[in-house]
Each structure stands twice: as C-alpha cells, then as structure tokens.
Design a binder for this molecule. Sequence first.
Ligand code: ADP
Ligand code: MG
Length: 411
Amino acid sequence: CYRKGGYHAVRVGDTFSGGRYVAQRKLGWGQFSTVWLAYDTQTSKYVALKIQKSAPEFAQSALHEIQVLSTLTENDPENKKCVIRLLDHFKHTGPNGQHLCMVLEFLGDSILQLIRYNRYKGLPLNKVREICKCILTALDYIHRELNILHTDLKPENILLISTINPSKDPIKSKTEPVLNKVEGNVNGGVALNAIEKKLKQRAKRAVARISARRISMGGVKAEKAERCVDGIDFRCKVVDFGNACWASAPMAEEIQTRQYRAPEVVLQSGYSFAVDMWSFACTAFELATGEMMFAPKPGQGFSEDEDHLALMMELLGKIPRKIAVGGLRSKEYFDRYGDLKRIRRIKNTPLNRLLSDKFKLSVNDAREFADFLIPILDFAPENRPTAEQCLKHPWLNKTPESGIDKVDGVG
Ligand code: ADP
Ligand code: MG
C-alpha cells in the first residue's frame, strides 16, 4: 500500500537525510515498514534503512522503537551484547507524508532463512549452541541490565552478522528513476527506457557482488548454502524491537507470534521476562530440528488456543491445575479439575524421545539437549531459569572435544 499514510516508495539511487544515505536495494519489509540496503556516503559503509509508514500510529510506534533501540545501543558501547545497533534516525518527507527512518547496522540473513537453506533438516548441535549463546547474551542484557522484554523472539528476528562490507562501486546517486525493486516488481510491467535498463543492470551487478561475498545469505542457492552452513562463524544478533516494552510498562495483552507464545500469555495470567525464555526454547528446538516446536491449528470443536495448550501438554505433561485454572481465559478452556474441556486423551511424548525417535538425534544428544530445554519450558514462569542462569548451563559450554559426545553409544 504505497499511498497516503502508507509506505514510502523508494527507488534505487534515492537519497535520504540531505544526501547522506543512498538506497541500493530492498532488504525486506514488515507490517509497518520497508527496509533498504543503503550506502552511507559519510562513513563509506552499508547500512540498513528502515522506513516507517507515515500514518500517525506508525510514527508513534517508530518513536517507541527508536527509544528502545537508543537505550540498547547507548548501554552497549563495546557492541558485545548481540543486539542490533541504531546508528542514526531522521524524518523523511515524501508524497505519502512524513516517515520516520531508522538507520541500523547492516546484518545478514535471518536464522529462519538459514533453516530454509538447510532444507528444514535442522542445524548441527554445535551451531545451535553458538546461536543460543548469542540469543541468551542478548536476553540477559535486555532483561537484567535494561528491564526490557522483547516479546517477539523467533528465528525470523535473529539475523546473522554480515561478514561483508561491500565498499566498491555502490550506487552513489539517482540519475533517472528506476524500478523500485531489483528482484520482484512493485511497479509492475513498466517499460524500461535505456537509462533505466542500465541502472537496473548496475543494481543487479551490485546485488550479485553482494551475494557472491555473502555466505549463506540472500541469493545463494540452497545446495551452495547447505555446503556453507558448516563453515560459518555463527554469530548473530537479536533484531526487531518494535514490540519490545519495559517490564514496568507492559503494552499489550496478546504478545508474541503464535508458535512462540508462552502459556501464561495464552491463558492471560500476566507475564514478564519468562515469556522471552519460552520463545527462546521454541527457537532453539526449531534450530536443531528444522520444525516448529508447537504449530497449533484450530480444529473441529476446538480453537487454536486449545490446540496450542494440548500440544504443550503432549510434549511437557499436564499443566498443573493451579496454573491451568489461574488465568483470565482459563474458564474458556479448562474445567475446574484442570482438564481441557474439548480436547481429551492427550498422549504424552517426552522431549528426549521426540528428539531421538523423530529427529534422529543420538540418545545422548537428545537427553542432554532436552535437559537444557525442559526447565525453560516450565509451565510456571517463575520456575523458568533466567538467561543468565541458562548461560551457565553445561550443555552450552560443551564442545565436541569435551568427551561427553564420545561416550555416546558406549554406556
Ligand atoms: P517490522 O518491524 O516492520 O517487522 P523488521 O525490523 O522486522 O520490520 O524488518 C523487516 C525485515 O527487513 C526483516 O525481516 C529483515 O529481512 C530485514 N531487515 C531488518 N533489519 C535489518 C538489518 N539491520 N539488516 C538487514 N536486514 C534487515
Ligand atoms: Mg518484523
């Protein structure tokens, strides 16, 4: 919706902030924004330019995001906390109104794309560990030091750190209008004149160059990426703080993306930092297996929420009665004994069994990984370990050479 109050239509070569940033290509988009790769002519570096829709409600949420991101960046001067950095922000006036723009450090693909490149088979456990350490470092930082909840943690919002800084031949400025997108086609079917064609080719070359240098990032074929998965230094950062809030001022009742939503949010029993820990465990499982831990669907005679609660109990055992009946929405789903009203006969498969039987982890790996995850999936949020506690867990600090792996199959 490139209209009043909507997205700002960007063309390759468009400039922002008095000519400082030059748009190169589109990186992605969300509900409220489009994100562009841009060249910063002042620092000669690439950045990600997040351009918010212009309507007042979007501007409001962008201001909030800027406030959170500034806090994250200011309190991490050494850039060690695995969270996205805000480099600059400004207002840009276009035909659809005034847009708040955030200049972010340029990162690579999300770990969801990584899972896709790996054909949903799951990543090797030593890679999962590295990614888990980054996520937990970020969570420990925002929870313990800043009192901030992310509330939308999921593979899509964990981006790999880009190993490239393409410094040669960026598109420096616009000479003629070109198609909005290099891949895909937002403007649709417009005949290209000679200059547009030339610019488009140039943009394509730039994309190709970037792709060639990126390891397992946009534009790389699956097989190639699959071979790459082993060679990547798996450092990543947590992004998208658009829904983050201070623990002292929770914003919405319904938070988190469905599949990563904690039981206390489904039941509306109040929430805090432990919701991010739940999403973290779901994310770690997905990294290791390539499949979502919980993918609820509404069915005949029951809702998506009820299916979700049933799936949780299949994997984690029965929700303790006190917790089951303790939320604002409990009465809709549970009887007074703490049994689901509309879904009966729940068959429990313990996590370690699922990991070894369905996902073919060795018995030892499955047990150790489950031992790490199960406490984080406690139905009682106050019993879940904090990010700080998780960081000390032996599973995270285990290396393949530590000997524990080699015992597998012997004992
Ligand atoms: P929204 O808040 O509108 O959902 P996001 O912050 O999630 O926007 O960004 C939308 C998409 O843009 C992301 O899914 C990702 O593909 C891309 N993106 C966002 N930030 C960056 C960045 N710093 N570097 C590279 N790509 C990014
Ligand atoms: Mg998003």
